[in-house]
Write a protein that binds this ligand. Structure first.
Ligand SMILES: [Zn+2]
Length: 270
């Protein structure tokens, strides 16, 4: 873990989530910050959360419609340019070719530099608890759509033939990871993250307690970097374009350190 706050910012980013509210429990503070600084963000929800209740007699389609309205309201608070719902079944999401094609279509349409998704390798949280199967499947589907399918014109070739050209996503930022390696300062946007979460009224029984918990998590995730509030993410760099990004100076320092014989591990990784 590099302790310095992470400063790279994508011009365009896409958050891919299993359920409505995942993006807001996840990297909403980072998304809001990047949008404030000039990035354009897009949210994709694989399911509409139609099993996110406790009444077996409830109409899942009505619940899905309600949860889509809640997610659209939350997305407006964060500042996303738009939201796509793929309407896959909640609780039965599968990283199959149908989902991958949907995601490739979304990626090639919006053309993000970075994709944010749930860490698909997480089954058990370090702090206890099991990661929902939809979070694992959505995360793996996002990774597989980003690499190699979105950048390969011969993957789902009918997409490229009908005008959706291959697109290279340069970075993955994985949230809810046991192995975070970057921390993003969200002190300025933490209140918006909490407001976005409150928009998911059907899912939240005690909004004040939740706000407290979110503040405590942000504080905990910020501490190693000396930040008041942060989101800790697992960054995977796929294409490192040397001519782009605000971390150019950091990279130059790394190269200088390596030249002087200092090990690469001691120099800032990103
Ligand atoms: Zn979820």
């Amino acid at each position: 873990m590099n302790d310095a706050p992470h400063s790279w910012r994508p011009e365009r980013f896409m958050v891919i989530a299993g359920h409505p509210d995942d993006a807001d429990f996840g990297p909403a503070g980072t998304a809001a910050r990047w949008i404030d600084e000039g990035s354009t963000g897009w949210l994709v929800c694989c399911t509409s959360g139609d099993a996110g209740g406790e009444d077996p007699d409830a109409d899942p389609l009505e619940l899905a419609a309600l949860r889509e309205r809640e997610q659209r309201a939350a997305a407006e608070i964060i500042g996303y340019a738009g939201v796509s719902f793929l309407h896959m079944p909640d609780g039965a999401l599968a990283n199959d070719l149908a989902l991958r094609e949907h995601l490739v279509r979304e990626i090639r349409t919006f053309r993000p530099d970075a994709v944010l998704a749930t860490d698909p390798t997480l089954i058990f949280h370090n702090g206890g608890g099991v990661n929902h199967t939809d979070h694992r499947e959505a995360g793996m589907a996002a990774v597989d759509a980003v690499y190699p399918a979105a950048r390969n014109p011969m993957a789902f070739p009918w997409l490229a033939r009908s005008g959706l050209a291959a697109h290279r996503v340069r970075r993955l930022y994985l949230f809810w990871s046991n192995e975070p390696n970057v921390r993003i300062d969200i002190a300025a946007t933490l209140d918006r993250k909490i407001a976005a979460l409150a928009a998911h009224a059907s899912q939240i029984r005690e909004p004040e307690k939740l706000a407290e918990r979110i503040r405590a998590w942000a504080k905990e995730e910020g501490e190693p970097a000396g930040l008041e509030a942060a989101e800790a993410l697992r960054l995977v760099v796929i294409d490192d374009d040397e001519d782009e990004g605000p971390d150019r100076e950091g990279r130059a320092a790394t190269e200088a350190a390596v030249r002087e014989g200092i090990t690469a591990e001691a120099a800032p990784a990103d």
